[in-house]
Design a protein around this ligand. Structure first.
Ligand SMILES: [Zn+2]
Length: 310
């Protein structure tokens, strides 16, 4: 589907250069595993970045990439630990973070996510950004345990806590804090090196994204290792810079909203010009990014498709 295809294309661009989608599908996925503490790892492959906790109590993972590469993903995780995966935490409902749920769930792993993740994966989702409907997932791919505010896994010698962030990248986001390992997985609240996707049709808002990034920063110290949803491993200092960018870009668009500018006029005014070269060339365009902010600030709960965004 277009949604998953585009995400695959995005991750291929980020990881392997500029392939067409056709070439990308033939290309074997290259996994990169980075050890962040005695027991926590970040794994990059095709889709959202995966977090792994592997220790004396077993293995649990955060997100499981796209469905077609699940067997390769399982093999890459097995290189870290051969123990079975006991839990999968989904940071949100998108198919590039939940694609492995069905196959990994079938091996006995318990899927854990926010209530809204369960709700959205259980039903067909029309999304105006993609102009497409993603059908409901099969039962085996759905979270078995869902939570409303936070949930903590007491495994491998630390209390890993998933904090729900309301209406951020979506309405079901969780960020995961490993206090002893000093690692935070930000899910798609953090796109490192590119403009973020704000899923307005999925309950996302820029204001919620800023609040979630500030929550992440409040849990961090200067040595914290930050796993972004997409892009390379990051640091607290870089997350602060990203937070400042979100705040300033949003303020620039707010000024235009306050002047009564239409969405088209706001895009035309280039309120994000400071970052368009560095962040707006890879995937989300400056016009799309301004639309996310403008619609968030004006309370629109859907993406607006206009000529400049096609
Ligand atoms: Zn996402």
């Amino acid at each position: 589907m277009k949604f998953r295809l585009a995400i695959r294309c995005l991750t291929t661009v980020l990881l392997a250069g500029f392939f067409t989608v056709g070439q990308a599908q033939e290309n074997p996925v290259q996994f990169q595993t980075i050890k962040l503490s005695d027991q926590v790892y970040m794994l990059r492959g095709r889709g959202g970045n995966v977090g792994i906790s592997a220790g004396t109590d077993g293995v649990f993972i955060i997100d499981d990439q796209v469905a077609p590469i699940t067997s390769e993903l399982q093999a890459a995780i097995a290189k870290v630990s051969q123990q079975p995966i006991r839990f999968v935490i989904n940071t949100h409902y998108h198919g590039d973070h939940t694609g492995g749920n069905e196959a990994i769930g079938a091996t006995g792993a318990v899927i854990v996510a926010h209530d809204k993740v369960h709700q959205r994966m259980s039903t067909d989702q029309f999304n105006n950004f993609w102009n497409e409907t993603t059908p409901a997932y099969p039962k085996g791919a759905l979270p078995v345990v869902s939570f409303s505010e936070r949930v903590t896994l007491h495994l491998n010698g630390e209390a890993a806590t998933v904090y729900h962030v309301p209406n951020a990248h979506t309405d079901g986001d969780g960020i995961v804090h490993f206090p002893r390992s000093n690692v935070i997985h930000m899910g798609d609240l953090y796109f490192n090196g590119l403009y973020p996707f704000v899923d307005l049709d999925g309950g996302g808002t820029v204001q919620g994204m800023i609040a979630g990034v500030k929550l992440g920063l409040s849990l961090a110290n200067e040595d914290t290792k930050i796993i972004p949803g997409h892009g390379p491993l990051s640091t607290t200092a870089e997350l602060k810079t990203y937070c400042d960018f979100l705040v300033r870009a949003t303020a620039n668009v707010q000024a235009l909203v306050d002047q009564g500018a239409s969405l088209e006029a706001a895009i035309e005014a280039r309120p994000t010009a400071d970052w368009d070269e560095s962040l707006g060339k890879v995937w989300i365009t400056p016009a799309q990014w301004v639309t996310f902010i403008y619609n968030s600030l004006t309370g629109k709960t859907t993406y607006t498709r206009i000529d400049a965004n096609q």
